[in-house]
Design a binder for this molecule. Structure first.
Ligand code: GUN
Length: 283
């Protein structure tokens, strides 16, 4: 049996089409959504991500600013830039690309971003609102995972979702969002005993552990939905997910590929968050 492939690329295009319509309406009222991206240093992966974000802004007609700062930038100077962007009326969303160089405390920088411009959804107030189920800017990759599942026509209510990985960026928030959709959620991580046995109980398996091709068919119940959040660069330069796609697709139900699965959704949700922030800011 070969599984249905969930195309994040296709779903992303659909959502971006809807965003473009809303942007047109906003622009007609004199509001142009604005995103500021800050990149410190020359991490090659970060440079690619930032370029993709800049391109998405351009394609959708957003105002965008990219601040490329040298790796040796002082924390105080970065905080001063964030503060300036917090006060800048043309900017609705601020994203400081992570990771930051070692001498800069990420927490201090995230905490400095205005809550209503925090389009990454990383500020503790937005995280807290997510936990208690209040309105907040949702972190982009977890929001993209849920959107992808829903738009593939998969209902989460009453399903057993197993999340592998407990990071602040993906594992923890995605588990909260799955609960919000009325799934029953189990979290696994590097210290989990009998992980394959637990994973095999999943109706929906979300994998975000950062280890290339780690999840093989022995982790997957026949017919289960498999969402691969992994983006691992192999030595040959190719991108690999956390899921061994070739073996898993023989047993799973709908499954996301890498690339072309969750990846494109992350930037699309960033664009959506910036639009939401712009509407609140100028509404
Ligand atoms: N680095 C890798 N993923 C992300 C993300 O979603 N947001 C930010 N700010 N940095 C990242």
């Amino acid at each position: 049996m070969t599984a249905t492939i969930i195309s994040g690329k296709q779903v992303s295009e659909e959502i971006r089409g809807n965003i473009a319509i809303e942007v047109k309406e906003l622009v007609a009222k004199g509001v142009v959504p604005g995103l500021a991206v800050v990149l410190v240093g020359e991490d090659p992966a970060s440079q690619v991500y930032v370029r993709n974000k800049e391109k998405a802004c351009h394609d959708l007609g957003y105002y965008s600013e990219v601040h490329r700062l040298p790796a040796e930038t002082k924390q105080a100077d970065l905080l001063a830039l964030v503060d300036k962007l917090n006060c800048q009326d043309s900017i609705d969303g601020i994203l400081v690309q992570l990771p930051l160089p070692g001498h800069i405390e990420e927490k201090a920088v995230i905490n400095a971003i205005a809550v209503d411009k925090d389009v990454d959804g990383f500020h503790p107030v937005n995280v807290g609102n997510l936990v208690i189920g209040d309105d907040s800017l949702l972190p982009c990759t977890p929001a993209g995972v849920i959107e992808l599942i829903k738009r593939a026509g998969i209902s989460l209510s009453g399903k057993h979702a197993v999340v592998i990985g407990r990071s602040n960026i993906v594992g923890k928030p995605v588990s909260l969002l799955l609960q919000r959709e009325n799934a029953t959620v189990t979290m696994c991580h590097s210290r989990t005993a009998n992980m394959a046995e637990i994973a095999r109980q999943a109706d929906v398996l979300v994998v975000a552990i950062g280890r290339a091709n780690f999840i093989d068919a022995s982790y997957v119940k026949p017919g289960a939905v498999v969402i691969d959040v992994g983006m691992n660069r192999l030595e040959n330069g190719k991108l690999a997910g956390d899921v061994d796609f070739e073996s898993v697709k023989e047993v799973s139900g709908p499954i996301t590929p890498v690339p072309g699965g969750v990846g494109p959704m992350t930037i699309t949700m960033l664009m959506q968050n910036t639009l939401i922030a712009a509407k609140r800011h100028h509404g």
